[in-house]
Design a protein around this ligand. Structure first.
Ligand code: AMP
Length: 196
């Protein structure tokens, strides 16, 4: 089955969540945010939430084994069969390899596009401090940025080698960023032409 899968990459504060939400609505595909799933699990104190809480609070990645089955189940659901936007996953190269293997296993011939949102670090810190989520305290922000550089930035090279990575300047107005990503989706990836 052909599947329009989009992965949104970028450091914390780059606008992945905001853009993923807007574009998921525009292209009528589900927005799957591992951060949101974890925050909900923590708020409800489910077994996943209890295991994940200290990692999220400290700005560390939660262990892969807590997320892999969850992603498998989510991408297996009915509404994800024609497309999806992943926001916050993969967060390291092991997760990226897992996703490739999973899509192979599901036999989804995936026209995957990787949208990499780039924003300079001073702007990221400013934005995150303004957002004021529980893990947006200055010390946790610094740790999350460090974790991004150490573990998530290598995912960019991983996809660059596969030739389906598109880098977008995420520092301009929200509308301009949405427009830039929409052009990539419709012109380069040829997903959902005629939508919008
Ligand atoms: P986010 O909302 O994407 O910024 O994620 C918030 C927090 O959830 C991160 O700082 C991590 O602690 C955790 N998290 C989200 N996605 C992942 C993932 N794919 N792997 C590990 N931890 C994650």
């Amino acid at each position: 089955m052909s599947n329009s899968g989009l992965v949104f990459l970028g450091p914390p504060g780059a606008g992945k969540g905001t853009q993923a939400q807007i574009l998921a609505t525009k292209f009528s595909i589900p927005h799957i945010s591992t951060g949101e799933i974890l925050r909900t699990a923590i708020a409800q104190q489910t077994p996943l939430g209890q295991k994940a809480q200290s990692y999220v609070d400290q700005g560390e990645l939660v262990p892969d084994e807590l997320l892999l089955d969850l992603i498998r189940d989510r991408l297996n659901q009915e509404d994800a069969q024609t497309g999806w936007i992943l926001d916050g996953f993969p967060r390291n190269v092991e997760q990226a390899r897992f996703l490739d293997a999973l899509l192979g296993e599901f036999n989804q011939s995936c026209d995957c596009g990787i949208i990499n949102l780039h924003v300079d670090e001073e702007i990221l810190v400013e934005r995150l401090l303004l957002r004021g989520r529980k893990d947006d305290q200055e010390e946790t922000i610094r740790r999350r940025l460090q974790v991004y550089h150490e573990q998530t930035a290598p995912v960019i090279s991983y996809y660059q080698e596969q030739g389906n990575l598109y880098t977008v300047d995420g520092s301009s107005d929200m509308e301009k960023v949405t427009e830039a990503i929409t052009s990539i989706i419709t012109d380069q990836l040829e997903i959902g032409s005629g939508v919008g």
